[in-house]
Design a protein around this ligand. Structure first.
Ligand code: SF4
Length: 723
C-alpha cells in the first residue's frame, strides 16, 4: 500500500461491509484507489464495485451543480442561489405546518447519508418541527432485523464481528447472496473454508445463486417457507439433544412456547412445504448441532417480507436454544445492505426512534431529547410515517411536502406506479442529491446539489458496529454543499439558527456522541481525533483509559479472552446478559404461515427481486462505470425451463411480466437457477430511454410486515408471456 501526503484513508460508500480504502491524489490530478490493508473489516480486499469507486468521483458529467427551483410544475427549472432556494423551501414548510400541522411535511433519507447528516435531519424534524415524519430507505432493507434483534436480544445490536468468520465451522446463509452482494466478506469465508476443508456452508435460497453454488448444502426452499425450515431445524436440534439446557434455563425465556410450536409439524411435513428433502434438513441440523462455531448470515430474503420479523426470530431462535451467541465464531449476523444503515439507526433515523436507539413512544426518552436539544416543541409521542406510508400519504393528500435526500424512490420503492402518483400529487417536493440521474429530480420543485463521497467529512458505521471517519479529500463541483451544511443552513432559515449553529461536521458529531452516554451503544468517548488515530472503533466504546474512561469495554475488569473479539472490542453477550429488562434473551414460538400476496390462475408465478454483482442500488453511481456495466448490461427475467416451456418462451426472447399493479418487458433467461413457479428480476434499473418497462418495482406490492413496516419485495404474484 503506497502512502504519501496525498493519500487519504476512507471507507467504501456502497455496501454495509464498510471496506477501508486508501485514495491517492496523483500529481496529474487523477485519483487512484486501493484497499486499506490496515482496516480490520477488509484487510486490503475490495470487490469490483469498490475497486472502481474513484471513477464515479472523477466523472462529474451527471452532477447537480447549482440549486434550482420552479414556481409551478408546468414551468422549467431555473438556477437560483442557495439563499433563495432555502428561503423558499422554509417559507413553504412554515406555511404548510401552520395550515396543516407538523405532520404535513416529511423527510425521506438514505443509508448512504453520513451519521452527522442523519443526526441533524432527526434533530430538525423531531426536536424542532415537532413531527416524527422521517424515515430512510434502510426501512426497505434492515427494519425487520432491527425489530428481530430488539425482541429477542433487547436491543438493535449485531452480536458478532467479522473476525468471527475465521472462528466458525458452520455457516448458515439464508435469504442472502453474499458472493455477489457482500463480496469481501464472502472472500473471507471462502479463504477460511479453503484453509479448513471441514468447514460447512449451508445456503437456504429458492435461487441457485453463486453463494448456493459454493455451499456444501443448498436448501432450495419454496419462496416464503423460511420459518417452516428454521422451525424444522429447531425441532431436530431438540430431538437430537443439540440444545444447551443450561443456557436456556438461565439466560432465556420462551423455550416452552417455541418447543410447542416447532413440534406442530413433523420434519417430513415441513420438508414437503419447503419443497426439499427431509434428509437435507436433518443434515443441516446435524452440522449446526455438532459445530463449534455456528454463524448465520442473512439479508433481504428474510427481511423484505410480510413476515420478516418472524423470519428473523425463527433464525435467532436457533442460536438461543443452542447457546450459540456471545462466543467466538457464533451468533446471528444480519448483513447490512447500505454503508451507514447502522449509523442512521444510531442517530434515530427511523420514524419510530430517537438518537441512541431511544423510542419515540417512551416519555422519558422524549423528555431526555427535548432537554438535550432545547426543543421549542414537544417531540411527538407516536411514530411518524414510514417509507411506504409516506408515499401512500402523499398519494391520498394527507402528506403535503416531502424532502428526499440521497435516495431514488422512483426505482427503489415497491409499486412504482403508486410512487409516481404520490410524487405527482405532492404539493412540494425537494430533492437533495448528487446526480441528475436520480429519477426523482423530474418531480422536484426545488433541487439542492449535494457534495458526494470524498467531497465531505463525516462518519459511518458498518455491519459489525465499526465506526470509521471519512475525510474530505476534494472540493465539491459547482455550488454543491455537504448534506449536513444544507440542513443546518435550512434550519437557520426556519428560525432555529441558535440550536443549529455549526461550523463543521465535527461539532455535529461531538454533540451526537454526548447523547449516547450511558446507553447500550455508548460512543461518548469517540471523536474525530480518536477515529483518525485508531482508524476505526466498534460500539460500545466507553471512553479512553488515558482520559479516565474504561476503554474498549472495560478490558481490565474482565479477564477471559472470550469476552473480547480479536480486535479487542467487548464481545456483546459474552457475559450472557442481554439488553432486556431481566437480562434474559427471548425465544419465540413463531407461526410459519406466509401472508404474502396470493398467487392465482391469473398470476400463478412468484416474482422475487434482488441485486446483481456489479451494480449498486439504482445505478446512479455504478451505472456510469463502463467496466461494471460489462458484467450484466441489461435487465433480465430468470424463469425455470418448465415454466418457460408452458408459455412458449425461449431463452433470450423478449417477454412481458404482468402483475396486479403493472408490467415489465425484458429478455427471458431460461435457467434451472430458479425453481419452477419462481421467477427473478434484478431491482437496479429505472427508466431506460424514457421507458419505465424495465423497473422491477412496477410489479412489487406495498404489503409490509406489521411490526417492521418493511415491504414484501420478495414475493409478488405475476404471469409471464412472450412479447
Ligand atoms: Fe465496497 Fe461492499 Fe465491495 Fe467492500 S464489499 S468494496 S464495502 S461494495
Amino acid at each position: 500500500m503506497k502512502t504519501s501526503v496525498n493519500s487519504f484513508k476512507s471507507t467504501c460508500c456502497y455496501c454495509g461491509v464498510g471496506c477501508g480504502v486508501v485514495v491517492h491524489k496523483e500529481n496529474d490530478g487523477r485519483l487512484t484507489l486501493e484497499g486499506d490493508v490496515t482496516h480490520p473489516s477488509n484487510k486490503g480486499m475490495l470487490c469490483s464495485k469498490g475497486m472502481n469507486l474513484h471513477y464515479t468521483v472523477m466523472d462529474q458529467s451527471d452532477r447537480l451543480l447549482f440549486p434550482q427551483m420552479r414556481l409551478s410544475r408546468s414551468m422549467p427549472m431555473q438556477r437560483t442561489s442557495w439563499d433563495e432556494a432555502l428561503e423558499r423551501t422554509a417559507a413553504v414548510f412554515k406555511a404548510l405546518i401552520k395550515k396543516f400541522g407538523p405532520d404535513s411535511v416529511a423527510f425521506y433519507v438514505s443509508g448512504q447519508c453520513l451519521t452527522e447528516e442523519y443526526y441533524l435531519v432527526n434533530k430538525l424534524i423531531k426536536g424542532f418541527i415537532g413531527s416524527n415524519n422521517i424515515d430512510t430507505n434502510s426501512r426497505l432493507c434492515m427494519s425487520s432485523a432491527v425489530v428481530g434483534y430488539k425482541l429477542s436480544l433487547g436491543e438493535d445490536s449485531v452480536p458478532v464481528c467479522y473476525d468471527d468468520m475465521e472462528e466458525a465451522d458452520v455457516f448458515y446463509v439464508t435469504g442472502a447472496n453474499p458472493a455477489w452482494c457482500h463480496p469481501v466478506l464472502w472472500r473471507r469465508i471462502e479463504a477460511h473454508k479453503a484453509a479448513n476443508p471441514d468447514v460447512k456452508i449451508i445456503c437456504a435460497d429458492p435461487r441457485r445463486t453463486d453463494t448456493a453454488r459454493s455451499a456444501d448444502l443448498h436448501l432450495a426452499i419454496n419462496p416464503g417457507t423460511d420459518i417452516v425450515l428454521n422451525n424444522a431445524i429447531g425441532r431436530l436440534l431438540i430431538e437430537k439433544n443439540y440444545i444447551d439446557p443450561e443456557f436456556i434455563d438461565n439466560h432465556t425465556n420462551g423455550f416452552e412456547s417455541f418447543q410447542v410450536k416447532v413440534f406442530e409439524r413433523t420434519v417430513e411435513e415441513s420438508a414437503a412445504l419447503c419443497g426439499i428433502d427431509a434428509n437435507d434438513i436433518e443434515l443441516a441440523a446435524d452440522w449446526i448441532g455438532k459445530s463449534k462455531g455456528f454463524l448465520s448470515l442473512w439479508t433481504m430474503g428474510l427481511n423484505q417480507s410480510v413476515i420478516g420479523v418472524n423470519k428473523n426470530l425463527s433464525l435467532i431462535n436457533l442460536h438461543l436454544i443452542t447457546g450459540r451467541i456471545g462466543k467466538p465464531g457464533n451468533g446471528p449476523f444480519s448483513l447490512t445492505g447500505q454503508p451507514n444503515a447502522m449509523g442512521g439507526r444510531e442517530t434515530g433515523g427511523l420514524a419510530n426512534i430517537l438518537p441512541a436507539h431511544r423510542e419515540v413512544t417512551n416519555p422519558a426518552h422524549r423528555e431526555e431529547m427535548e432537554a438535550f436539544w432545547n426543543s421549542p416543541v414537544k417531540i411527538a409521542d407516536k411514530p411518524g410515517l414510514t417509507a411506504t406510508e409516506m408515499f401512500d400519504a402523499l398519494a391520498d393528500g394527507r402528506l403535503k411536502a416531502i424532502w428526499i435526500i440521497n435516495t431514488n424512490p422512483l426505482v427503489s420503492m415497491p409499486d412504482l406506479n403508486l410512487t409516481e402518483k404520490a410524487l405527482n400529487n405532492a404539493r412540494f417536493v425537494v430533492v437533495q442529491d448528487v446526480s441528475n440521474r436520480a429519477d426523482t429530480v423530474a418531480f422536484a420543485d426545488v433541487v439542492l446539489p449535494a457534495a458526494a463521497w470524498l467531497e465531505k467529512e463525516g462518519t459511518m458505521t458498518n455491519a459489525e458496529r465499526r465506526i470509521t471517519h471519512l475525510p474530505k479529500v476534494l472540493d465539491a463541483p459547482g455550488e454543491a454543499l455537504p448534506d449536513a451544511e444544507i440542513i443546518w443552513r435550512f434550519a437557520e432559515k426556519m428560525g432555529f439558527g441558535n440550536e443549529f449553529n455549526y461550523n463543521n461536521p465535527s461539532e455535529v458529531y461531538d454533540e451526537y456522541v454526548k447523547v449516547t452516554a450511558g446507553t447500550n451503544i455508548d460512543v461518548s468517548g469517540v471523536s474525530y481525533d480518536l477515529l483518525r488515530e485508531r482508524r476505526s472503533v466498534q460500539w460500545p466504546f466507553w471512553g479512553r483509559k488515558d482520559e479516565g474512561g474504561r476503554d474498549e469495554g472495560g478490558k481490565e475488569e474482565l479477564e477471559s479472552a472470550e469476552f473480547y473479539d480479536s480486535t479487542g472490542t467487548k464481545r456483546l453477550f459474552a457475559d450472557r446478559r442481554f439488553f432486556t429488562g431481566d437480562k434474559r434473551a427471548r425465544i419465540f414460538g413463531v407461526a410459519d404461515e406466509n401472508t404474502s400476496e396470493p398467487v392465482d390462475s391469473d398470476f400463478p408465478l412468484v416474482l422475487t427481486t434482488g441485486r446483481i454483482r456489479d451494480q449498486w442500488h439504482t445505478m446512479t453511481k455504478t451505472g456510469r462505470v463502463a467496466k461494471l456495466n460489462q458484467h450484466i448490461p441489461q435487465p433480465f427475467l430468470q424463469i425455470n425451463p418448465k415454466d418457460a416451456r408452458l408459455r412458449n418462451i425461449a431463452d433470450g426472447q423478449l417477454v412481458t411480466v404482468l402483475g396486479r399493479r403493472g408490467e415489465v418487458r425484458v429478455k427471458a433467461q431460461v435457467t434451472e437457477d430458479v425453481k419452477p413457479g419462481l421467477c427473478f428480476l434484478p431491482m437496479h434499473w429505472g427508466k431506460i430511454l424514457g421507458s419505465s418497462l424495465n423497473r422491477a418495482n412496477n410489479l412489487t406490492n406495498t404489503l409490509a410486515d406489521p411490526k417492521s413496516k418493511e415491504p414484501d419485495f420478495k414475493f409478488s404474484a405475476v404471469e409471464v408471456a412472450p412479447y
